[in-house]
Design a protein. Structure first.
Length: 258
């Protein structure tokens, strides 16, 4: 089998949450480029339509589905619409997430619940539903949860986010253990500092320069730096990987741990 055949996703149906911006757009376009039909899920319908148009123009297949990942009924509708368009979802990328910057003592209950509800609870329920449908259809599949290096270590002002992402790492292990023998592989990617539209200005500041000095490769990550990890985990190239979290951070965690 050639390398191209190992990573080929033709015949697969992928669903990407948070697909209207940032890493979600990159993930969706990458999967479509490798042959998967992609269901794009996010709250902002106008942005989803733009992503769908780009995928269509590049010769791919996509459907845009406006849904809030914290809404269970919207989740069920999203899977139904994806199935109606392309068939059973066999690749789920749990990418949708929110962050915060408030210190723990000032963190409001509603903000805590929003972050944990989006970054952890929704990850579980979407993975659960995807796996149920894969197994009901007699198919295997791959689920990739997007964690973070903050799931392994914390920074000031990230309490809710770090707790949620640590939960994603453990959830990935638990689901990987329970579902691997049924043919559903569950893994995660833990990105470090990746430049997106959301953090570009901050990372260009003096504070960003200080962070960059701690990264052994000497730069921040680019969205494309996650391509290899994602394709490995969703394709036959990673068929013996289950319950794992791949850290993609330019070596920063290694430097911090010593």
């Amino acid at each position: 089998m050639t390398a191209a055949e190992l990573f080929d996703l033709k015949g697969r149906v992928a669903l990407v949450t948070g697909a209207s911006s940032g890493l979600g757009v990159r993930f969706a376009e990458l999967l479509a480029g490798e042959g998967a039909a992609v269901a794009l899920v996010a709250r902002r319908a106008d942005r989803l339509a733009a992503v769908k148009a780009r995928i269509d123009e590049a010769g791919g297949r996509a459907v845009a589905i406006a849904a809030d990942v914290t809404d269970r009924r919207a989740m069920m509708r999203a899977f139904d619409e994806a199935e109606k368009a392309f068939g059973t979802v066999t690749i789920l990328v749990n990418n949708a997430g929110v962050a915060h910057s408030g210190r723990a003592l000032e963190l409001a209950e509603e903000e805590w619940r929003c972050v944990v509800g989006t970054d952890l609870d929704a990850v579980f329920f979407w993975a659960q539903e995807a796996a149920r449908r894969m197994l009901s259809a007699g198919k295997g599949g791959a689920i990739v949860n997007v964690a973070s290096v903050l799931g392994f270590g914390v920074a000031k002002g990230t309490a809710a986010y770090a707790v949620a992402k640590a939960g994603v790492v453990q959830l990935t292990k638990a689901l990987g253990l329970e579902l691997a023998f049924k043919g559903v592989r569950v893994n995660a990617i833990a990105p470090g500092w990746i430049v997106t539209d959301l953090n570009r200005e901050y990372l260009a500041s003096e504070a960003g320069a200080a962070i960059k000095r701690e990264i052994p490769v000497g730069r921040f990550g680019e969205e494309r730096d996650l391509d290899g990890a994602l394709l490995l985990l969703v394709s036959d190239a990673g068929r013996f990987i289950a319950g794992a979290t791949i850290v993609v951070d330019g070596g920063q965690m290694v430097a911090l741990r010593g």
